[in-house]
Design a protein around this ligand. Structure first.
Ligand code: DI6
Ligand code: FE
Length: 397
């Protein structure tokens, strides 16, 4: 395939959009073969069947590198109770909170979880997403964690999209463990990880390092098992407080540390040294009405690559719109539109260890979006507006 008459934002370095006017992209199979100005197209590619994009903008396709799209039920009733003045205790008594999602997820069949997840995945695809990360973490027992990850794998068979799975057994302590976090980690979470890995269901290992979830020493035990299994790690860190999660992630050369509202300069330094991506999640910041934004300037100063994701989940970020995440990254976190776009393309790919995509350069995967706009800053600028014209996944429309 040959795309012509395109305005191309190659994102081939991190300092500019790498814009090419009147550009062409030659695609062979699933890979980009050549990209440049149409007038410089080498002779062998001139014979390819051309598609005239009529001056539209082409970018790398979007990657949502932090989602919890597989879960049972939803928490709209809890949302409504709260807005009617119910206290946290009343919400808990009415069966609300993360525990209610665990109960609904355990009760649901794989088919039901899949069709529910696909409603959210389809919304992402409609906005140009070609790769998502999907976490477990609402099963919290050996069978239910594997069930969630089987559903995550099934998404990639049901739709033209790539899925990377993360085992998030260390997300919360289930009711049957009665708050005994250490016992949960050792007797349930680690065996669940080993079982899911044995079934080929795990691409990375994640955890929620927070006062209300697990501390750094508990997470370290899970990460040691990940290392034994040869799996990369990532971590929900410093979302509501700083308890050393980013430092732990850096020590374990994590692919990413995510949220990071309470991270500081020395966390940024440690992440830069370990090559850990900072994944910023403005949907959760917005939904929880947080006031402390992540230290974007420190990440810039220390050259920590920043990614952006929806964190799509039923509690803290019921959002399935990557374009809204781009807008919120700029509006709420003051990321530039270029940083936001890199955050859902090249840097999101790096956060997933999938560095064969996210930029438009020869050899990379031909995962592309054609947009009905003229400048890439328009992607982060508008709210509730989807200019996607065509999505190309692995070289196919
Ligand atoms: N951070 C969050 O904000 C969510 N999980 C996490 O690790 C909350 C998930 C939920 O409330 O269902
Ligand atoms: Fe999350």
């Amino acid at each position: 395939m040959l795309l012509t008459n395109a305005r191309i934002a190659t994102l081939d370095d991190n300092d500019s959009y790498g814009l090419i006017e009147d550009g062409a992209i030659a695609i062979m199979g699933a890979r980009i073969e050549w990209v440049g100005a149409r007038t410089e197209l080498p002779a062998p590619y001139q014979a390819l069947e051309a598609r005239d994009l009529e001056g539209r903008l082409v970018t790398p396709a979007l990657i949502d590198c932090h989602t919890h799209v597989v879960f049972g039920g939803n928490r709209a009733t809890e949302f409504e109770l709260r807005l009617n003045g119910a206290s946290y205790e009343e919400v808990a008594k009415a069966g609300g909170g993360i525990v209610s999602t665990v109960a609904a997820t355990r009760a649901a069949s794989e088919d039901a979880l899949l069709s529910d997840a696909l409603t959210r995945v389809d919304a992402m695809i409609a906005e140009g997403v070609t790769m998502i990360e999907v976490k477990s973490g609402y099963g919290l027992d050996v069978n239910s964690e594997s069930k969630m990850l089987r559903v995550a794998r099934a998404i990639a068979r049901a739709r033209p999209i790539d899925v990377r799975t993360s085992f998030l057994g260390a997300h919360a302590t289930p009711p049957e463990c009665r708050g005994n976090r250490d016992a949960y980690i050792d007797d349930v979470c680690i065996p669940a990880l080993q079982a899911a890995h044995a079934e080929g269901l795990v691409d990375a290992v994640d955890g929620f390092c927070e006062g209300i979830a697990f501390d750094a020493s508990q997470m370290a035990r899970v990460f040691d098992v990940a290392a034994e299994l040869g799996l990369p790690v990532k971590l929900h860190a410093e979302q509501l407080s700083n308890i050393g999660g980013a430092q732990l992630a850096a020590q374990h050369r994590a692919l990413s540390a995510d949220h990071l509202e309470y991270a500081n300069e020395s966390d940024a330094e440690a992440m830069a040294a370990s090559g850990t991506v900072a994944v910023l999640l403005p949907g959760a910041f917005y939904t929880l009405r947080e006031t402390q934004a992540p230290p974007v300037q420190a990440f810039r100063d220390h050259h920590v690559p920043m990614a952006l994701a929806t964190d799509c989940n039923p509690g803290s970020s019921p959002m399935a719109s990557p374009l809204l995440a781009l807008n919120m990254g700029s509006t709420l976190f003051r990321m530039t539109p270029l940083e936001a776009l890199l955050g859902m393309t090249a840097h999101a790919a790096k956060a997933l260890g999938a560095e064969d995509r996210g930029r438009i350069v020869p050899g990379m995967r031909a995962d592309l979006c054609v947009w009905d706009i003229t400048h890439p800053a328009e992607l982060a600028y508008r709210v509730g507006f989807n200019p996607l014209h065509t999505r190309i996944f692995a070289g196919r429309q």
